[in-house]
Every structure is written in C-alpha cells, then in structure tokens.
Design a protein. Structure first.
Length: 216
C-alpha cells in the first residue's frame, strides 16, 4: 500500500497502535495478526485507503476504549459506533490513519475467537477488509465470481459490493465514493497489491493471476 510519508506511517502503526514494524528506506512491514501490511514510499496518493481489522467477538467495548486513548474516532451526526447490515452480524468503529486512511475495527460476531478480556495490539487479528476503487463494480464482481470469489452479505450494487468471506473481503466501490462515516474521504485510486495464502490462492484460481480493472 502506498504512503506519502513512510516514517510517519510506520511510526503510527508502531507507536500509536503498538504493532511490530520492520522498516528500511523504501518499505515498512507491519505485522497485524495473520496479515503483513507493507507500506511503500515514493508513490503519489490520491484519496484515502480503507482497511478494517478484525477483533475478537466480545471485545468491542474494550477495543473502543483502547482506541480512544490513541487516535481520533471518526463519526457522523454524533454517532461513533456503526452496526453492519444484518447479514454481516458485525459492529464497527472507525478512526484516523496515516495519509488520511479510514481505518476500522470490526467485531464479526459469527467468528468465535477466544477472548480473555482487556484489549491491546495482540487482539488485532488481521486485515479483513481492503477497499478498492474499480470503474465498474458489478463487472468486477462478475469477474471475481468467475474466479471463485463470491459476493458476501447483501447483493452487490453499482455503488458498493463486498466479495470474499468472513475472514477476508474486498470492498469494491466506484471512484469518487466517500468512505463511511466521512463525507469527503473518497476512495484512493492508487493500486494496492494483495497476496493471499498460496494454498488458498491455488485452490481458488490455479495458475491464474487476478487482474482487476486498471484503476484498482
């Protein structure tokens, strides 16, 4: 994922969120549960990236309290806790990230991870959503369906679609769409590279490379 200021971004994940970060002059690799997020310097940013981190079921109140001491929460009309559509069975809180990223903690209640109380960076289980701008949301959904990556939750629409499963989702939106709960942080149109577990990748699309539309 591109970043305008590698040092600031790395420091945010290391010092503000308390996550392990390994940096060099070009990249900062952040360990977030099962995910490695690699930030890359030297690329022009346009718009805001969106990532969601899964937290254990039952930890939402503790997670929000932990966040409030570290970052500015993002809200709308005085609301700072957002239920997902009923088909998702989830609750989210959003917050500021580096480069204007719209970051999210999401409690996916159909996942039953062990939870022993309290909250810290070790309770961030991994990145479970990545926002992607595509010129045609429904065409991209159809392409992914052909690769065995299916729609999740509500039926896809021209302005929003989630594809994948409860463990990992691509959030597909058209250019110019603002990320909830903001009105002005529109989706970034810089490319983001995603790699999944090699065994899963082979199972979904043997010998094939996923190539969404050029602006994604």
């Amino acid at each position: 994922m591109p970043t305008n200021d590698l040092e600031t971004a790395g420091r945010f994940y290391a010092e503000t969120l308390g996550l392990p970060v390994v940096s060099d002059s070009r990249t900062a690799a952040v360990s977030i549960g099962s995910t490695s997020l690699v930030l890359e310097a030297g690329r022009t940013r346009r718009g805001a990236q969106h990532l969601a981190f899964t937290i254990p079921t039952g930890s939402f109140a503790a997670a929000r309290q932990w966040l409030e001491g570290r970052v500015r929460l993002l809200g709308r009309d005085g609301v700072e806790e957002f239920p997902s559509p009923p088909s998702w069975n989830a609750m989210s809180v959003y917050f500021d990230g580096p480069d204007g990223q719209v970051l999210e903690l999401i409690e996916r209640r159909d996942l039953r991870q062990p939870y022993d109380g309290g909250f810290g960076p070790e309770h961030l289980l991994g990145v479970s959503e990545v926002g992607v701008a595509v010129p045609d949301v429904l065409a991209t959904v159809a392409m992914l369906e052909g690769l065995g990556v299916h729609s999740y939750g509500n039926p896809p629409g021209a302005g929003f679609a989630a594809v994948g499963d409860i463990d990992g989702l691509l959030i597909l939106v058209p250019p110019g769409r603002a990320w909830l709960p903001t009105d002005d942080r529109v989706v970034a149109d810089d490319p983001v590279l995603l790699r999944v577990d090699p065994e899963l990748e082979a199972e979904l699309a043997p010998g094939r490379v996923l190539r969404p539309a050029a602006s994604s």
